[in-house]
Design a protein around this ligand. Sequence first.
Ligand code: NA7
Length: 558
Amino acid sequence: MNRTDHDVIVVGAGFAGLYQLYRLRQQGFRVKLYEAGAELGGIWYWNCYPGARVDTHVPMYEYGLEEIWSEWNWSERFPGWAELRRYFNFVDQKLDLRRDVQFSTRIAAARFDEAQEHWRIETDSGETVTAKFFVPCLGFGTKPFIPEIKGLGSFDGPCHHTAQWPQDGLSFKDKRIAVIGTGASGVQIAQEAAKEASHLTIFQRTPCLALPMRQQALDPEIMAEWRKGYRERYAKRRNSFGGFDFSLLPSSPGHPTPAERQTKYQELWDEGAFHFWIGTYMDVLTDEAVNRTAYDFWRARTLPRIKDPRVAALLAPQEPPYPFGTKRPSLEQGFFEIFNQDNVELVDLNTDPIEAITPRGIRTHDGDLEFDIIVLATGFDAVSGGLTSIDIRDTAGGSLKQRWAEGTRTYLGIATSGFPNLIYVYGPQSPSGFCNGPTCAELQGDWVVRFLTDMRDRGVTRFETTAAAENAWGRIMRELAGRSLFPRANSWYMGANIPGKPREMLNYPGGIAFYLEQCDAVRDRDYEGFILNAAAAASNRDGSFVVEAMMAAPAAAQ
Ligand code: NA7
């Protein structure tokens, strides 16, 4: 007898997981969602450090569900973590989500039971549950990365990773603060610490080519006006590169002219948000000489904001530290000006590396520095780290972590061979880090919901992708990445921020629009690349057509 507790187990109560819960339930599935945090919100539960805020503008950073957006008012164009949590509670009130969520429960292991054709899933408290389909929705920043630094545990004061910040907060007032790392989290927390700390020391290894956020206060009147255009703005996401209401602009030899380019750069700069990054001409991200014009534009506007020439040369060096935009350029609000304050200092880790953490602070090559609080803004084992930290076993007993030890293998960025009935959302080799979370949660999420519904309605009790389909998808990833400058940076996009992690493009770099075309083509061809009920011959279902389709549309894929 086939006894299964749930139709679907979803993991993660962020945008993607909650969307799955809502939509799968609508389709009549019995769904249970497990969440490691004590509340809704995904990364907004964990990332509650001072200054934590989203750097995707609303209304792109929210659900495009009319029953939600028609009644919700934001107070800022880029909301902070506390408001985002309130938003999740509002979503819960409207969609009645919580009743199927089990909080404070981490999924530890999962194994497919061949005889029962279901997943047997273990929680960290020893509970075992079963489900037909297993749908982890872990986001790209689930597994914090803490570098191995000598003496790390020996510090006498509070020392926290930004994504493991105390839920009841930690005051910086009149404290000596160290911030290690200058990605999005480092920039945001440094901006806040600079306001209150008696002294703030920022340890930089690579400069962050941050862009002006251009925050805007919102009120119900502005929101009412904005809402008139929401449907149109949401519709644009589907045809964009990054899931926004704007997209990369076409470019071709001789177009735009240098003068047109400068005019456009200025417009994009003035818009704020990510316009200057993924609303720019396509060739900025594919042609090194062109890229340099964007870097020089950025530098020309950044340098005058920093008074000390030594600091300016470190934050905005003459030669780009990497092609502009190939590491995520976080949005800032006065970040460069904090270095003009007497209480803020920049340490260049390239010339003055950290040697150890000591009970009283940090020892660098140049000497001992004392601190009250150490902040590790050192990022994540991004995109794939969440999945590989669960002990998910394939049908032969091998773990997903082992399978991906030499490189990630997926089909469409949602499935892996040997792991039947497992679909992950916002995972590696999907648009993930190149697409904003709520957009991906809905657009990729809708595809997944339709897929699972089709499987159920057709009586498919076991689906699995093939090694050939993974190979085809891997070729697409390499082909697309090779056309861009992204592989040139040591970024988390490339897995290059984690020692020992294979260097590979982890995020589908063709844009969400093109990605969805690929996924829809797979569906139109009766889910080619998936073996359904182990009945179809693998030979004609290997998914290689998607490669041909990709080669036929190089312009769109650039
Ligand atoms: P990021 O963007 O990965 O930034 C991590 C930062 O930490 C970055 O500046 C790193 O320098 C630095 N880092 C990492 N390891 C070390 C060591 N060992 N020593 C010194 N400095 C180190 O993570 P964030 O949390 O800021 O942002 C992640 C994403 O979340 C972000 O893109 C948004 O999408 C939200 P590096 O550049 O590697 O030299």
